[in-house]
Design a protein around this ligand. Structure first.
Ligand code: ATP
Length: 198
């Protein structure tokens, strides 16, 4: 079974995906894929340098992600161009990891995808899980983890699809407001309910 795992910023998606991993499940992480495909030996990297120029490189020749980020933040056409290079490469990378996992007999793959519903990646998965926290808990955990002020953290939360919208789209919701052990037992329950085997 192909399962998509998502959430909001600091809602606990990595925490939950780590718990699945400890139970032997394969995790395919879209963030890791998106960093890997722009490493200097990759085709997407060469295309990005051709399109955006060498000024988006750091002295060590890797992409200056924050510079690229600020370019596309203010230029919609460039954002689309970058996505048209990066997205297919990410999809291909995830596909290749999936094939590796299937080749060694894995039965369930958990796709950890922050923007699962916002992107067109829902067609990779049969079921979706959203990690939910109340906004106040999200705010506190985000401020603490990223050393942000309340207004900075609120701005980041507000820039995303509200978690309340995401849970409407989910097949299962993991409530991560409580202790880690409570989260873990919901995962165990879901594994039984969906008959998931690593
Ligand atoms: P992002 O997508 O923004 O990287 P995330 O959804 O993966 O975030 P985590 O990094 O797993 O979220 O969790 C956010 C923060 O909250 C971390 O510092 C984590 O240690 C903490 N945290 C997660 N779950 C709990 C919990 N149940 N109790 C206490 N702290 C928690």
């Amino acid at each position: 079974m192909m399962v998509g795992l998502t959430g909001g910023i600091a809602s606990g998606k990595s925490t939950v995906s780590q718990m699945f991993k400890e139970k032997g499940f394969v995790i395919i992480d879209a963030d890791i894929a998106s960093r890997k495909v722009v490493e200097p030996d990759q085709p997407a990297y060469r295309e990005i340098v051709q399109v955006f120029g060498e000024s988006i490189l750091l002295p060590n020749q890797t992409l200056d992600r924050s510079k690229l980020g600020s370019i596309i933040f203010s230029d919609e056409a460039k954002r689309q161009k970058l996505n048209s290079i990066v997205h297919p490469a990410v999809r291909k990378q995830m596909e290749s990891w999936k094939n590796e996992a299937l080749a060694v007999g894995k039965q369930t793959i958990i796709y950890d995808i922050p923007l699962l519903f916002e992107s067109k990646l829902t067609n990779l998965v049969e079921k979706t899980i959203v990690v939910f926290v109340e906004e106040q808990v999200q705010l506190e955990r985000l401020m603490e983890r990223n050393h942000l002020s309340e207004s900075e953290a609120l701005a980041r939360i507000a820039s995303q699809m509200p978690l309340r919208e995401k849970i409407k789209l989910a097949d299962a919701v993991i409530d991560n407001n409580g202790e880690l052990e409570e989260t873990r037992s919901q995962i165990e329950e879901l594994i039984k309910q969906w008959s998931l085997h690593p």
